[in-house]
Write a protein that binds this ligand. Structure first.
Ligand code: C5P
Length: 227
């Protein structure tokens, strides 16, 4: 399929809808580069928390984003590693403290502008599967393939709870559900590039699907479009 396939693939959706895993597996199958834009916002949030920066201070956050080298690298198994000034922070950015604060950082317009520039640069040099909240609406509005993955809040919380407990985090299902609910609310209600489906995105409810079914559906939809 890769021979006929041209153009970037945008995957958006709320927390825990299965975007990252589906995007990563899809990219592997079609030999595209996978870009996890959430990891970029998380990396900046992690660094700001480490440095004790006031997350409501847009100037400081912006200066931090400008002066920091955040990069994503694809491992051989397709997983993404996240580096900040050469340090591997892949696990650190998934901590609950980062999840609780990332939406505050992501609503700052100048931070978003910098991220947007980097994300567009990456998509201009490679064919990408990019996942996030505003990829189809804002980062890559001309992407020929746009998907919006969603699932019930209960199911998304259950999935995230399993991920976190498997990683050794001490959390309860209720707290995870509340955190996801709040984060989606903040991401959907912010002024700039809020979480929402692009008008031309295909919306997929993954509540009753496993990850392989999601990837197969994405592949089939792409195949249908390029036929
Ligand atoms: O995808 P993930 O859950 O890791 O994203 C973390 C946070 O980063 C989101 O809740 C959102 O606040 C922010 N984000 C964003 N725009 C993107 C990707 C992520 O605002 N394109």
């Amino acid at each position: 399929m890769t021979k006929e396939l041209r153009g970037n693939i945008a995957i958006d959706g709320p927390a825990g809808a299965g975007k990252s895993t589906a995007a990563r597996l899809l990219a592997q199958k079609i030999d595209y580069l996978y870009i996890d834009t959430g990891a970029m916002y998380r990396a900046l949030t992690w660094l700001a928390l480490c440095r004790g920066i006031d997350l409501n201070d847009a100037d400081k956050l912006c200066a931090l984003a400008e002066s920091t080298d955040i990069s994503l690298a694809c491992r051989e198994n397709g997983d993404i590693s996240v580096y900040c000034c050469g340090e591997d922070i892949t696990a650190a950015i998934r901590q609950a403290e980062v999840s609780r604060n990332v939406s505050i950082v992501a609503r700052v317009s100048r931070v978003r502008k910098q991220m947007l520039q980097k994300q567009r640069q990456m998509a201009a040099t490679d064919q990408v599967v990019m996942d996030g909240r505003d990829i189809g609406t804002y980062v890559l509005p001309d992407a020929p393939f746009k998907f919006f993955l969603t699932a019930s809040l209960e199911e998304r919380a259950r999935r995230r709870y399993e991920e976190l407990t498997a990683a050794g985090e001490d959390v309860t299902l209720e707290t995870v559900k509340e955190e996801i609910f709040q984060r989606d609310k903040e991401d959907s209600q912010r002024e700039i590039a809020p979480l929402k489906p692009a008008p031309d995105a295909t919306i997929i409810d993954t509540s009753d699907m496993n990850i392989n079914e999601v990837v197969t559906m994405l592949l089939n939809l792409i195949k249908e479009r390029i036929r």
